[in-house]
Design a protein. Sequence first.
Lengths: 412, 100
Amino acid sequence: MAFALLKYGLGFGKFERQFPKQKDLKDSYDVVIVGGGGHGAATAYYLARDYGITNVAILERGYLGGGNTARNTTIIRSNYLTPEGVKFYDESLSLYKDLSNDFDMNIMYSERGHFTLAHTDAAVRTSRWRAEVNKHLGVDSELVFPDEIGKICPQLNLSQDVRYPVMGALYHPPGAIARHDAVAWGYARGATMRGTELHQKTEVTGITRSNGKAVGVETTRGPVKAGKIIQCVAGRSSLLAKMAGFKLPIKTVPLQACVSQPLKPFLDAIIVSGSLHVYISQSSRGELVMGGSTDPYGVYQNRSTLEFKEGLMAHMLELFPFLGEVKILRQWAGMADMTPDFSPVMGETPVDNYYIDAGWGTWGFKATPVCGKRNAEMLATGKVPEVLEPFRLSRFNEFHQVGEKGAASVGH
Amino acid sequence: MKIMNCPLNGPRNISEFVCGGEVTVEPDPNRCSNEEWADYVFLHDNDAGVVCEWWCHAPTAFWFIAERNTLTDEILRTFASSELFSERQDYSRPEQEAGQ
């Protein structure tokens, strides 16, 4: 290791760039992907790998994976409530399992087991409902009770003498975490290796339309013509959709999270509590990654608030009283695009040749591979894949929502 | 704690308030199309910048209107809804349906 570093330091040995140098923007591309996060990069990756479509530009206003891809709490699971949701997220989970091999890059996918704690009769009922839907669709998911939880996760405070005692939990053994940056880098590297162009610091400022069709984008580096356009911009979806001329069923609300100082590994499982608005996992660096509910009102800002920390920590201490002396190391927030039914908005839009990948409230990171793969299929074939169909934008006009509130988020 | 000025109760902690969403014009529920109603119920401008919203002071159930900047998280102005609305919304059913 030391000699290898010295060799590079002295200028010997071949240095391979992870990404090719950024080129000048061309006048036109077959596909323009707005947003260089996980979803945008994954779309480019599968377009190039599975369909050989490489005359593609990813336009990113900041830097690769610098938005919500870098701000989530990296939990991957598929124990949702509706059959549509379970199928969609389970396809994502199975793609995640092979991703390190696909990329030839370690995304540190780590299967931990995932507990959704139930503190009320209603939550136990929802857990049982989810377990049955999951099992019916072949997803490993089980309703467990405190004695079983204690065997797998003895660190958890299962005392019944607390304000919200644990009555049971939905146990989902395939629940996992992964390194979020590596997911964006792996997808982007795989795409750029095959000829796709990644343009960072290139902000889209307008969508050019002609006869109800999207034909190009205005950017801070000049106009670009496009055969097809897809927006994958997470927290700025409504603003971009407005440029394209339509409204979305989205409210943008900050979602705050934080990590503790690193501790020796003691917590294998991922613990989530909907009633206590808290989720915790221990990262491979030993930090406890903690998040809670979304903020009570919308702002386009990544600020952190003391109220959030106080609430989160009070509940954390109820579950893990021995963490009282542990310090918070970092805090941050991401922009969560909350939809009324807690499901994403995918597929076609009122504008021809303009596709959408949006509505990612607190469930975006785990859906990265399936979105990339199915977006690519949609852009290449012109047909909306069956697995994306339930999440169409027009479901709101048809009053045909996919209600995932009981399974998608801890903030409700 | 962030402070919001309630037109009825004066300055209070923002945790006492509930955001009720954008101030929009409600279409006539008896005459509008499904699309218009879905637009009203589900779709939002969700602007980055100054927005005009319904807010409620939960302990007193008082609804009012606030202008705030979603980029800076600043509350610019709060005022009673009577500044914008002079009549109560009439939710009674149209006469021909009333007997059904």
